[in-house]
Design a binder for this molecule. Structure first.
Ligand SMILES: *Cc1c(COP(=O)(O)O)cnc(C)c1O
Length: 395
């Protein structure tokens, strides 16, 4: 597979690890060794200590670098470890401009940890390029994007933000967890560092925590390698292997789940109990046209709004297929309740201002039979109707 570049991502995903050179094994060997024998007194081999480099971890790092079109990838013990380590590229006195719809853990890292080291931040509505331009300060070092956003799937114009960043000499980071490199390749749009919670679609089976960072810039790659080794939050070899295995089927999983998500979005928008469906594939969705331009598809996550908490309870009590939990991007469909899960710590007013009301649910569509999923959701929505009259009487 020396000419991998000729092949589609679908094919590369299957063969990106190649076969093991020594044994011909088609599954990447797990190298448990933490230390490596050096055969000469002053000539050292490629590996010395596993925090600095490990052959199994290297396979994941090469795979994600290839998929994202970067020069180097880095594997971390979680998405937050990848994100936090990348923030160590900043120094005290620097400023980071962040999408206000950022992942909760990233929000916490920026507002409660980085501030201790004198790193300043401000949140902006990344959908609004004018607002972004106005918020850039002389000490802004990083503009941090997440698109589509969570949980409302709002779209940021990546190239628009990159242009502003470049004009002001700032780096750009982008959390690509929701899209994966199959649907969105931010480095090709000029982004400097792409971040992943590989816990989600890339691994795909709700059984491994992992994080990845990729860059297309040699300078940044050197710095990230230094920081990964210095901070030390590397991905363990067993988890590297699980992630590699998950990534092999990413194409078929994401394709199937995205098609199902589209069908479910279309089903939900026709239901009277549903006030609004948030899905980048719908033509009326915020940023739909930008999404069509910058990504290969709308993905497998959608959100929908019911009237309120009571309606959410009725639905949850009457469906059987999706697990009701945090997280996303797995073989099983996962229904999440942002106002009580991921955004529970946000004051109600802030939350509602961002559209995360008590009636909002997020669905990460898995690989179940889509017609069974729709029938299940339909049963849940029917239950809302059925209880309405009794509620009126109770009032
Ligand atoms: C889950 C998630 C993270 C954090 O990743 P972990 O692997 O849980 O540490 C970051 N960003 C997004 C968009 C996520 O969904």
């Amino acid at each position: 597979m020396s000419d991998k570049k000729e092949f589609s991502i679908q094919t590369s995903l299957i063969h990106s690890n190649g076969v093991d050179k020594e044994t011909g094994a088609v599954s990447t060997p797990i190298h448990h060794a933490t230390t490596f024998h050096q055969s000469d007194f002053d000539q050292y081999g490629n590996y010395d200590y596993s925090r600095s480099g490990n052959p199994t971890r290297e396979k994941v790092e090469e795979a994600i670098a290839e998929l994202e079109g970067g020069v180097r990838g880095f594997a971390f013990s979680s998405g937050m470890a990848a994100i936090s380590t990348s923030f160590l590229l900043l120094s005290g006195g620097d400023h980071v401009l962040v999408s206000e719809e950022v992942y909760g853990g990233t929000y916490r890292m920026i507002t409660e940890v980085l501030t201790k080291f004198g790193i300043e931040y401000s949140f902006v509505d990344m959908k609004d390029l004018h607002e972004v331009a106005c918020a850039i300060r002389p000490n802004t070092k990083v503009i941090y994007m997440e698109t589509p956003s969570n949980p409302l799937l709002n779209i940021t114009d990546i190239e628009g933000v990159v242009k502003l960043a470049k004009a002001h000499g700032c780096m750009t980071f982008l959390d690509n967890t929701f899209m994966t490199p199959l649907l969105q390749r931010p480095l090709s749009l000029g982004v400097d560092v792409v971040l992943h919670s590989a816990t989600k679609f890339l691994a795909g089976h709700s059984d491994v925590l992992a994080g990845l960072a990729v860059t297309g810039n040699e300078e940044i790659a050197k710095k990230l390698a230094f920081l990964q080794n210095s901070f030390g939050a590397v991905l363990g070899v067993q988890d590297c292997w699980l992630l590699l295995r998950g990534m092999k089927t990413l194409h078929v999983r994401l394709k199937e789940s995205s098609e199902s998500a589209f069908k479910i979005a279309r089903f939900l928008e026709k239901r009277g109990e549903v006030e609004h469906v948030f899905y980048p594939g719908l033509t009326y969705h915020q940023g739909h046209e930008i999404q069509v331009r910058q990504a290969e598809g709308p993905g497998a996550v959608l959100s929908f709004r019911l009237k309120g908490a009571e309606e959410v309870k009725q639905l949850i009590d009457n469906i059987n297929i999706p697990v009701f939990a945090v997280s996303l991007g797995a073989v099983e469909s996962i229904l999440s309740y942002p106002s009580r899960m991921s955004h529970a710590s946000m004051p109600r007013e802030e939350r509602e201002r961002r559209g995360i009301t008590d009636g909002l649910l997020r669905l990460s569509v898995g690989l179940e039979n889509v017609y069974e999923l729709i029938a299940d959701l339909s049963k849940g929505l029917d239950a809302i109707k059925l209880t309405k009259p009794s509620r009126i009487i109770n009032l």
